[in-house]
Write a protein that binds this ligand. Structure first.
Ligand code: PLP
Length: 389
């Protein structure tokens, strides 16, 4: 090969990136992509249309909803399609506050919720609601006793996530439901289960929640689709007004391609997928602990997320250096856009530890070799970069 041919060959070699940021988003699985393609190109009728093509699509939507309800262990009519986790969280919080407005204006949530929960709660606070933010312990867990103690006769909403998106910690949602029930509180319980769906076993009924939110792009469906569970019998203010789709709860022509893909992604997610992800994470935690100075901030209860720190190394620099080596991890939630994370801040960590935090999150295609590559790349960084004092 001539020099010129070698240069051309090298420039054409594509190095497969090592993607370890599945809590931010996931690659769409082939089954979901194929289902979306079919829904867009052949089964493209408007589900509200009265001719055969429309009726067929309406039937398909019914089937997809039933598949998802089966996976969630709820009734199909308890599910409303929304555009994303953020929409579901916003809707649940605003509608629950509206539902309880004659009873009171007190809300309980946690200091480590996603901004999709914290921001609408903040908006309600600006309208006169009083908010209690439950703080996590050093390991990133909320105490169910603190929740029980915070409940008041005027509490109308408790919003608690199932799995924290930066720490991977499981939160005591079922115990929160128990505490609400045994105190006789009128509060509705909302759960942001965006990071929990298919990763940890649960059903909305088993958790005892009134409202629960899911996002498709965390489980290998495309961006632009989510699910809102609303307990049967609970009639909430609609999210969108218009043509009356989704039982009048969220008007707008159904995004059939995304719905088809969500159902297909759920079906493609195997019974043993979570166990595989867990085993890769366990391997990663073992090899990462050999990186000089590395601290495990949270091993994560959920199979896919862990948080680590290289104290003294700014995480933005670590993310860039790793990216240069073709490895993608997050310096915290992708939604924070460079701001220090409120979640890690809530743990009361030392400043040097806080500055060097990375979130590593695994998916169905992750491998132990990818974890080895991450550990090797971090070791290289500690040898070639000087840590800040
Ligand atoms: N809730 C949690 C826990 C999340 O991790 C995310 C996204 O990262 C969201 C809500 C928002 O979901 P979406 O990106 O679908 O709006």
């Amino acid at each position: 090969m001539s020099d010129c041919e070698t240069a051309t060959f090298l420039s054409e070699v594509t190095i497969m990136p090592i993607y370890l940021d599945h809590a931010a988003t996931t690659p769409v699985c082939p089954q979901a992509a194929q289902a979306a393609l079919a829904a867009m190109t052949t089964g493209y009728g408007n589900p509200s249309a009265r001719y055969a093509l429309g009726l067929e699509t309406a039937n398909q939507v019914k089937t997809w909803r039933a598949i998802l309800a089966g996976r969630l262990g709820c009734l199909p009519e308890e599910l409303t399609f929304v555009s994303c986790g953020t929409e579901g969280d916003n809707w649940a919080i605003q509608a629950a506050a509206d539902f309880g407005k004659r009873i009171g204006k007190h809300i309980i949530t946690t200091a480590i919720e996603h901004t999709a929960v914290l921001e609408p709660v903040k908006a309600l606070a600006a309208q006169g609601y009083e908010v209690t933010y439950l703080k996590p312990d050093r390991s990133g867990h909320i105490s169910p006793d603190h929740l029980a103690a915070a409940l008041r006769p005027d509490t109308v909403l408790v919003s608690m996530m199932l799995v924290n998106n930066e720490l991977g910690t499981l939160q005591p949602v079922a115990q929160a439901a128990q505490a609400i029930k045994s105190s006789g509180s009128p509060a509705l319980l909302h759960c942001d289960a965006v990071q929990g769906f298919l990763k940890v076993p649960f059903t909305p009924k088993g958790l005892g929640v009134d409202l629960l939110t899911i996002s498709g792009h965390k489980i290998r469906a495309p961006k632009g689709i989510g699910l809102q569970y609303i307990r049967k019998g609970l009639r909430l203010k609609p999210m969108l007004l218009g043509g009356g789709q989704e039982e009048g709860l969220r008007s707008g022509t159904e995004p059939t391609a995304q719905i088809a893909a969500l159902a297909a992604a759920c079906q493609a997610w195997g019974e043993d997928t979570a166990a595989h992800i867990q085993s890769v994470k366990e391997h990663a935690l073992k090899v990462l602990q050999q990186v000089p100075g590395l601290e495990v901030i949270s091993p994560g209860d959920a199979p896919h997320i862990c948080a680590i720190s290289l104290p003294g190394y700014p995480s933005e620099m670590l993310v860039r250096d790793l990216s240069d080596q073709g490895i993608y991890v997050s310096s915290g939630s992708a939604c924070h856009k460079g701001k220090p994370s409120h979640v890690f801040a809530a743990l009361g960590l030392p400043k040097r530890t806080l500055m060097g935090i990375l979130r590593v999150s695994f998916g169905p295609d992750s491998t132990p070799a990818e974890a080895d590559a991450l550990a090797a790349a971090l070791t290289y960084i500690t040898r070639t970069r000087i840590a800040m004092r």
